[in-house]
Design a protein around this ligand. Structure first.
Ligand code: AMP
Length: 282
């Protein structure tokens, strides 16, 4: 069956009529689709009868000095991926179709939106939650699938669903990596071979931390890898290394028991990368 491409609410309604009854799953993306996105589409297919993929580079979640204008846009290739994966509907609105010129109301991510990743990207999570809520309202899925790769985003979306009583089930999918550990990201295509060699130290640091016991030792082991990588050419420029509670994104105490997320963000050249692993402590 062909993929139905839509760009606004009226087209979405028509596409749903054409697709028929059943459970709908939404996979929100910014395009430049890779194996990580494919894994979420497959997970969505296991959760529902029909999969809708949205492709929208959301200006609200980019800061003034971030890569909105140069973010990779590969729509034809994305459509081919969606067709291969059995996606029924692609929702790819223009910016002008998503945001009214006089728009005012938006979602606030609250305190959890301004720590860890949010401390380096002010208003980023407000922008993410605003577009995700709009996508939920437009597509009206029964279930939506997000990657653990963006762990704080996933946690905040679960928080929004709980706090605003959204009738949508949220499913998280594991991070897909290259054979050598590099987490797949649309931004990896910015990396030169030397950049990539330096970038590998993000996942290397997480693995070094993951085999240790206790928050301080976990962070020390990861930090040692990152400090060595800071002396490479090109250097790894660390934004943060944090070991946080998966539900709140606050730093865990030394006696923390249960799940924790070891999260890292760094720049290599002009490319900013994030990664994380889920650990069980105690
Ligand atoms: P993006 O297009 O980067 O906004 O990502 C769209 C969705 O794909 C988000 O839910 C991401 O968390 C998820 N995603 C991105 N990279 C990966 C990956 N390597 N493995 C699994 N999911 C991913």
């Amino acid at each position: 069956m062909d993929v139905i491409v839509t760009g606004n609410r009226a087209e979405l309604t028509k596409a749903r009529e054409a697709t028929g009854r059943g459970r709908y799953a939404l996979v929100p993306t910014m395009g430049a689709l890779h194996e990580g996105h494919r894994s979420l589409i497959r997970l969505a297919g296991e959760q529902a009868d029909h999969v809708v993929v949205s492709v929208f580079v959301n200006p609200l979640q980019f800061g003034p000095n971030e890569d909105f204008s140069r973010y990779p846009r590969t729509f034809e290739a994305d459509l081919a991926v969606c067709a291969e994966e059995g996606v029924r509907v692609v929702f790819a609105p223009a910016v002008a179709d998503m945001y009214l010129p006089d728009r005012q109301v938006s979602v606030s991510a609250g305190a959890m939106g301004s720590v860890v990743e949010g401390a380096f990207r002010p208003e980023h999570f407000d922008g993410v939650l605003t577009v995700v809520l709009k996508l939920f309202n437009l597509v009206q899925p029964d279930v939506a699938v997000f990657g653990q790769k963006d762990a704080q985003q996933l946690a905040l979306i679960r928080r929004m669903v709980a706090d605003l009583d959204l009738p949508i089930e949220i499913v998280g999918g594991p991070t897909v990596r290259e054979g050598d550990g590099l987490a797949l990201s649309s931004r990896n295509r910015y990396l030169s071979a030397d950049d990539r060699a330096t970038a590998l130290n993000l996942s290397r640091a997480l693995r070094a931390g993951a085999v240790q016991r206790g928050p301080e030792r976990i962070k020390d082991a990861a930090r040692a890898v990152l400090e060595t990588a800071a002396r490479l050419d090109p250097p790894l420029l660390l934004d943060y290394l944090a070991l946080v509670d998966p539900a709140t994104f606050t730093e865990v105490a030394e006696d923390h028991r249960g799940e924790a997320i070891l999260a890292v963000a760094a720049k290599v050249g002009t490319t900013r990368l994030i990664d994380n692993v889920v650990l069980t402590l105690g």
